[in-house]
Design a protein around this ligand. Structure first.
Ligand code: ZN
Length: 270
């Protein structure tokens, strides 16, 4: 739903191939793609990619400011005697996929200017845009940003659920039973290009999501994710999906806008 809404609300000044029904269907199809990489039949892939869906911000922030580069963060985590796959790699994966998308859009501009056939690069762009959507969608779900990802841990004075059910109950069964794309679309923000550093903007988005962790548990405790839930739980969930769709649309749009900034060819003269 997030991928489809983002794709259908892209501003009119993105290339036309991105706004066709075929493109929208492809981007939608790719939303769950990284969840298709969780089979024990592909163990090396599972180990590498599972941590890219989440970040436990409480654990990451203990180590200081988040470095922009994945490998610097991993080194920092290991130096602290911890493991990157336990802390999570969400913002790095999202930023790297976004940069792949931007690079492909820059290539599209170059091939267009050279009057070359752009269909091959269009396929790559659709893949990156759809793949990106998975992580941005995960990043709208509070339980992807916290050690409280599936049942409360640690001191629990408010008696939140400790069962390992809330995560899929909220984002799976409850969303499927109650959420409708037209309601979500009404809550989306107007399209805008993201100014400034993409990693910083994305981390700010994750931190905003993380402010709703406890609210998610309060709603669960009140029965908000059972059956049709409550007005409050449906509004809350609609707003989360709208935040994800808005951010994904703005990130795709920003990749297009920033792909127009000329870069020096690193191989020029070599
Ligand atoms: Zn995921």
């Amino acid at each position: 739903m997030i991928n489809r809404l983002a794709a259908t609300t892209l501003p009119a000044d993105v290339p036309a191939f991105l706004r066709t029904d075929e493109a929208i269907n492809e981007i939608e199809y790719l939303g769950p793609e990284p969840d298709r990489w969780r089979s024990p039949a592909e163990p090396e892939l599972v180990a590498a990619q599972a941590p890219e869906h989440f970040i436990d911000l409480e654990l990451a922030d203990v180590l200081g400011p988040l470095p922009h580069k994945r490998i610097d963060f991993e080194a920092k985590v290991l130096a602290a005697g911890q493991r990157p796959e336990k802390v999570g790699l969400q913002p790095w994966q999202t930023t790297e996929v976004w940069e792949r998308l931007k690079a492909a859009l820059r290539q599209y501009r170059a091939m267009t200017a050279a009057h070359q056939d752009t269909r091959p690069v269009e396929q790559a762009i659709l893949f990156y845009a759809g793949w990106l959507g998975h992580y941005v969608g995960d990043g709208s779900q509070p339980l992807h940003t916290s050690i409280q990802y599936n049942g409360w841990t640690g001191p629990n004075p408010n008696g939140y659920t400790t069962d390992h059910k809330i995560h899929s109950q909220f984002e799976g069964a409850f969303v499927a039973a109650t959420m409708h794309a037209p309601d979500v679309q009404k809550q989306m923000t107007p399209a805008t290009a993201i100014n400034g550093d993409i990693f910083d903007a994305y981390v700010a988005y994750l931190r905003h999501t993380a402010t709703f962790v406890e609210k998610t548990y309060q709603l669960e405790k009140a029965g908000g994710f059972t059956g049709q839930g409550s007005d409050e739980s449906r509004q809350f969930t609609t707003a989360r999906l709208a935040a994800g769709a808005s951010m994904l649309r703005d990130m795709i749009y920003s990749a297009w806008v920033s792909s127009g900034i000329p870069v020096n060819d690193p191989y020029a003269g070599k």
